[in-house]
Design a protein around this ligand. Structure first.
Ligand SMILES: Nc1ncnc2c1ncn2[C@@H]1O[C@H](COP(=O)(O)OP(=O)(O)OP(=O)(O)O)[C@@H](O)[C@H]1O
Ligand SMILES: [Mg+2]
Length: 354
């Protein structure tokens, strides 16, 4: 590996970077199985997604979904069982100066408790190939200048998170992989992180941030990649995900023919439909229960069931990631079998800034 000149961090920002990379993070058919036989853990299974520069992408899934394992494979810390994980088309071990391409903060970052924040960064600076002065620059970026000379052992969780972030920024990398960076932050810290990550994306960086709660990153991310049990369940822009979280009405009539005619006449959007003898059940979208009830009453269509659901984003996230056969965690969840088949599973074309 060539020795980096000491002033590399002074090179132009995203666009004219010395370490040419398109900043695209790509995971293709990635699979990781820990152990073998009956005790094997399928942590990641045939996972494919893409993360683009200039956007903040939320990498979401419940505990144990495989988020950290995926990030570890992107960082060359865990060898995939099969498939590939690349940044700018290269595996981590193929990057000539990885710290100038990818900055990563994995969960449970460990710091030497006796070192000051500045010393911690000064230990890493030569490894990254930047001068000591860069330590103070990144401390200022994350708002830790005032505690630069304090020992990390006395840091709060939130301060440690900021220090971990500062460490990832030493090499001024165009790609940031952050594992649960909001963990341990108070509301003010979360608001700060939100602004910070958005600013990094505005500079043209690729920002991938994991979380097990959608609501935590909802106001931060442009795109979402949602996984559960090691598999992709949804990838889209946040607005496309939000469109799935819309109001629904379940309606059942013993007179299926009459209900069919009513639905057609009203032009309601049909989410799903099922028949049982003469009876018909509909899942209608973007309509409220009182509207359906009034129209059925006026049209003399007998109803045996009429239920409205307002599916919030968090409910939708829980439904998307629930194990098959799980009791739905959302009270007003659509009935089992209600499909999200209309869910976009690929990234929408790049939209404007949110
Ligand atoms: N080194 C390992 N050996 C065996 N199993 C592992 C190993 N690392 C992870 N796993 C298992 O792989 C699965 C995915 O774990 P992972 O840490 O990637 O999930 P996660 O999405 O990051 O969860 P969390 O939200 O709790 O951080 C879990 O079942 C976990 O127990
Ligand atoms: Mg994790």
């Amino acid at each position: 590996m060539s020795q980096a000149p000491p002033t590399t961090h002074d090179r132009p920002p995203a666009g004219g970077r010395a370490d040419a990379t398109d900043g695209v993070v790509r995971v293709e058919h990635l699979t990781k199985t820990f152990g073998a036989g009956a005790g094997a853990v399928h942590a990641v299974e045939d996972l494919s997604f893409e993360v683009r520069p200039g956007r903040v992408t939320g990498f979401l899934g419940p505990n144990g979904a495989g988020k950290t394992t995926t990030l570890r494979m992107l960082l060359g810390l865990v060898a995939p069982t099969s498939g590939t994980a690349t940044v700018g088309g290269l595996r981590y071990d193929q990057l000539e100066r990885p710290a100038h391409v990818v900055g990563a903060a994995l969960e449970a970052a460990s710091f030497h408790p006796g070192r000051t924040a500045r010393d911690h960064l000064r230990v890493y600076a030569p490894q990254v190939g930047v001068p000591d002065s860069r330590a103070d620059e990144v401390l200022a970026l994350v708002g830790l200048s005032e505690v630069a000379k304090r020992r990390v052992g006395g840091f709060s969780l939130g301060m440690r998170q900021r220090l971990a972030l500062a460490t990832t920024l030493l090499g001024d990398p165009p790609v940031l992989l952050l594992d649960e960076p909001a963990n341990g932050l108070d509301p003010e810290g979360i608001a700060w992180l939100r602004g910070f990550l958005r600013a990094l994306a505005r500079e043209g960086r690729t920002v991938l941030v994991s979380s097990h709660v959608l609501s935590e990153v909802e106001q931060t991310v442009d795109d979402v990649v949602i996984i559960a049990r090691g598999r992709l369940v949804h990838a889209s822009s946040l607005p496309d995900l939000a469109r799935l979280a819309r109001s629904r009405v379940s309606v059942v009539s013993p007179d299926g023919t009459a209900l069919d005619a009513l639905v057609a006449a009203q032009g309601w959007t049909v989410g799903s439909t099922s028949r049982d003898g003469d009876a018909t059940a509909y899942e209608l979208l973007d309509v409220a229960a009182p509207q359906v009830g009034a129209a059925a009453f006026a049209g003399r269509v007998e109803l045996h069931r009429l239920t409205g659901h307002d599916v919030g984003l968090e409910d939708l996230f829980l439904q998307l990631t629930a194990a098959p056969g799980d009791a739905s965690p959302a009270q007003d969840a659509p009935p089992a079998g209600a499909s999200y088949g209309d869910a976009p599973t690929t990234h929408a074309p790049q939209g404007g800034e949110r």
